[in-house]
Design a protein around this ligand. Sequence first.
Ligand code: CP
Length: 636
Amino acid sequence: MMRHLLAIADLSDEEIEEIFRRAGQMEAALTGRTPLSVGAGAIMATLFYEPSTRTRLSFEAAMWRIGGAVISAPDMKNSSAVKGETLADTAKVVSSYADLLVLRHFWDGAARVAAEHAAVPVINAGDGCHEHPTQTLCDLYTLRRAKGALRGLTVAIGGDLKHGRTVHSLVRALARFGANIVLVPARGMEFPDWFLQRLADEHGYRPTIARPEDLRAVARDVHALYLTPAKPHQLALFTDTEFDLGERLGTEEPITLDALYMTRSQRERQEAPAGEGVEYLHVDADTFQDPTMRHTLLMHPLPRTGEISATLDRDPRSVYFRQAAYGVPIRMALITFFLEQRAAESRVPRAEPGATRLGPRCANPNCVTRREEVQSERRFHLQREAGGRAHLVCLYCDHELRIQVIGNRRSRHFHVYEEPMYGYLDGWLRDEALVIFDSVKQAEEAGYKPYKLGPQKTIMDGAEVERSIEELTDAVLAETPELNDLVIVGIKTAGAHIARRMAERIRATRGAEVELGVVDVHGGAEGIWRWPGTAGADAEPVVVADRLVVVVDDVINTGWTAKEALTAIWRSGRPRAARLAVLLDRGHRQLPIRPTYVGKHLPTAPHERVRVRLHEIDREHKDKVVIYSYVDPKTA
Ligand code: CP
C-alpha cells in the first residue's frame, strides 16, 4: 500500500528514530561535503499553495543534496489552480511527472485529498490549521540533539495554539514520546476542546494549561505552577469537580523547563484577525534571565513576527535558526525513506481502516471536504469509547463532531442521538443500516420518521422537585460562609432555571443577592453570562476568577455536559474552587465527574431517559421528573 506522510501519526516511533538516524548521517555528509547520489534519477514535485521559505527551500535543497531533481510551480497563482482545476486533478497530473509530491495548502485535510489521487507518496508540508509533520521532525530532532532524549522533558508551548499547525503535530508527538507539556495559549487561541480530548483518548494525556500572563512564571518557575505530582504531569481539573489550587501548588521534585516553544499569531487563519491591543506573548532577554533557565532552549518554527526579541538571537539557548537548518538533513532523510518505501510498495490506494460511510458534512469551515468535492464516501471515523460515548472524527481535518441524529436505513426511522442509544448505533453500524444526519430537519427531508419513546412514568412530582432544590441550596449554604464569594452558574436550559431558584431561596432565607450566571455548552457562545434581567445582564460576563463557583445542572447523565461547563468556567477565569450541584444523579456516568451536591440519587438503567420538566420551560407542565424507556426500534 502506498505510504504518505499526512500527519505525524503516519510515522511509527521506530520510523521517526530511523529518520533521525539517517538525518545524523546526512548531517555528517553535509559537513564533510560528501556528494550523495541516493536520490539520483528521482524527481520531487513541490506544490505550494501558500507562502513558504523554510519548508519549500529546505525540501528542494534536500532533494538536490541527495542527487535528485525538483520540479515546481513557482507560484500556484500561475498554475491551473486559478482556472479552477481541483486539487485532486492537480495531484493526479503532477504525480505522473514525479516520484514524490510535497504539498502545502491552506485547507485543512488538503494533503489527504492529494494522497487519495496521487500515484506517488505525498508529504504534507502544512495543510491549513491541521498538521505540519515535517516541521515536527525538525523540532524533535533539535530537542533530541540538544537534550539527548525526549522522554521526561518539560516543554512549554506558547502562542496561537488554535490555528498553528506546527503545534498540532508537535504536541501529539511530544505526548507520544512521553514529554511533559505546558500550554501557554494567547487569549482566544487555545487548542480546541476536541483536540485536547483526542490527546487524552489516544495518549492518556492532558497537558497542563497556563494563562498568557503566566508565561514569565511558567518560564522561571514551572515547578511551582500547575503540575500534579503524577507523571506524566497533568492538570487534575477534569478528573474531579473540586479542585483546589493550593493543593496543586508545588510538586515533590523541582521541574526545570527544558524548552520554551513560541509560535506566531497565525493572522491569515484567524476568522477575525486579532486587532491592536490584543495581548500576545513576547519573550525577551529579561524572560530568560533567571538562573533556573540556564538550560532552557528557546524554540520557534519561524517566521517570527515579534514574539521573540532579536536580542536573544546570539544566546546559545536560542535554537530557532538551528531548527530551520536541520530542515535540510531531516528532509534528506525523509525523502530517502519515502523513495525506498515507494520502491517497495504497490500503487493500490490505501483503504482507510475503520472508515465508515457516515455523516454528510464536516463542521470545520476550512475542511477540504467543504471546499472541494471529495470522491471518497469515507469521510468520518466513528470513534467509540467504553460506555457508549461516540462521536465522528473527520478523516481529513481531524475535527470532531457530536452525533446529533441517527437513523436506520432499513426501517427508515430516525432518533435524536443520546448515549443510552449506543447499543442501537453499534448494532445498526454492524448491519450497515446506520445513517447519521446533521439535524432532525435533514432526517425528515430524507423521508425518515421519528422513533417513539416508551410510556413515561413520573418519578418526582412538583413538591419533590422543590424540596430537592431547597436541600441542594441549603447544602451549598452550609459550606459557604462568605456569600460574596459565591457565584451560581446554571447550565442552560433546565440547570439555569434550577440555579435561579437556588438564588431565590438564598435571597428568601438569608436576604442576600448572589451572583447568578448562565453557561450554554451547546450554543457556542463563550463566557459565563449574567442571568437575563439581572443587573449588568447585557454588559460584562460574570467574573469567576478567585471565587467559589457552584455549577448547577438538572441531571448528570454521562458527565459530558458538566465537563464542558467546567471547561467554559476555567476559560473565563481561574476560580478558587468549582463545585457541581445536580438535581438528579443517575449513577452511571462515563466521565470521572463527581457532583458535590446531589438533590436525589436515582439509579436508572443506561437505556432509560430521564427528563426534568420545569414549568418555566414548558408552561403546560407542572414541575416533574419523568422516566422513559426507548422502544426497541425493531418493534417501533
Ligand atoms: N516553519 C515553516 O513552516 O516555515 P515556512 O512557512 O517558511 O515554510
